[in-house]
Design a protein around this ligand. Sequence first.
Ligand SMILES: [Zn+2]
Length: 278
Amino acid sequence: MPEIPDLEAIRGFLNERLPGQTVAAVEVKVPHVVRTGAAALAESLPGDAFAETGRRGKFLLFALASARVLAVNPMLTGRFHYGPAGAKGRGRTCLRLALSGGAELRYSDLRLMGRLYLLPADGLDAIPNWTAGGPDLLDPALTEEVWLERVRAYRGRIKNVLTKAEFVQGVGNAYSDEILWEARINPFTPRTALDDGDLRRLFASARAVMAWATPLARERMTRGETLDYAERRDFFRVHRLGGEARCPRDGARITDIEAGRRVTSFCRVCQPGGPAFS
Ligand SMILES: [Zn+2]
């Protein structure tokens, strides 16, 4: 699932290429992913031009010259692709936009859980739950003090708090493991067992992991003028590395614990606590 570093990497790449390009042609291959109507999108997008692409939480926000925004939440399996027109596409293509510069932008989605909305720039609150979520992790208004105040409202295990969109947006299962490793906090620790020092360190770690991972994610996803989502994020320090003796801090064996359909990974040496079983 794309999280902040992946989406920031895509955003950075596209912002060097998309602004000013006009949509030359639109092909909607899976209409129901376009929640605001595939026909309306196919009719009104040609001729419109891209401005800067933004992001909020797990949404990429493609601003258009017409004062509209194409908002895309890729959910689990939505992927963005950019490259020469007609290149062999990976994944299940849902939307293909031919661009005036000769390249094309594609959105693919294997499980078709992603959601696209074409809305007026001032009408994004028509997106379900748009106003219900907490601040984006990278929102400058989310200061350490605001973080402390917000996190105190939650009592569950710290990993579950970190991945709750109503607390903070943009962190999912994979990067929450990386953040907790960075902060040396066991993912199963109840929030109430963490003191202010721990919670401040968690905030700094969250921001540091985003800054560290974004250029690495970009490196894996892009080659020259081509962007393709990389499924393998081989720079992770703990996530899904269970059984391997490779904690970068102490060389200890990483533990993976599967609960539901989520894997939580951590190092028992530098992130002590949590369940005793393995
Ligand atoms: Zn360790």
